[in-house]
Design a protein around this ligand. Sequence first.
Ligand code: 8X3
Length: 247
Amino acid sequence: MTIAPDTRIAVVTGASSGIGEATARTLAEQGFHVVVGARRLDRLEKLADEIGGTAIELDVTDEDSVAALGAVLPRVDVLVNNAGGAKGLATVLEADLDDWRWMWETNVLGTLRVTKALLPKLIDSGDGLIVTVTSVAAFSAYDNGSGYTSAKHAQAVLHRTLRGELLGKPVRLTEIAPGAVETEFSLVRFDGDQDRADKVYEGIDPLVADDIAEIIGFVASRPPHVNLDQIIVKPRDQADPGRFHRH
Ligand code: 8X3
């Protein structure tokens, strides 16, 4: 990757759509060279062209893929751990082990792999920032959601632990916990069932990806001594996971 040595680099995982894509655009507008990672390389390359960034095929569940990302980066100033998601809604009694494995692999171990790989460079930058996109599901349990809520709790605890472990190091840590954001999230959760996905947002004014990207942009543009630890953001129409005002 050839970029001017003083250009700051932001890495965004899960950047082929939704919050990741919007965040990549926002950080590029702020002057970062944005490295966008995801599995869908065709979409990524189009995005990277548009924002003057770099597309890297990335599977956060694959050790070699993450190592390859780490090896190609000359420096890292910002990491946005955004890759993840939900699969299914099932009671504990009917839990699908494969869905659980997918959720833990992407949200929890994916965040762990990428963070471990890039942390030395974030520290070396002298002013690093790790933003981890968790969820309101990282703060409460809800019926039929234990695979996702448990994975989001674990991802959040991993992120929050770093706040203490990195105390004294030049790295800020921000957890963004969104409620309902209309992206491909529900389509993935319901295995491509568009009608079921649409119902999640029916009658509410949900958040959109740009709402979260703007907040991440605000976080990334604070001076180095300002650490926004946690930001919970929901639509006005949502009080809690699953508790909506539908009109
Ligand atoms: C998803 C949050 O409120 O759509 O992370 O279940 S919600």
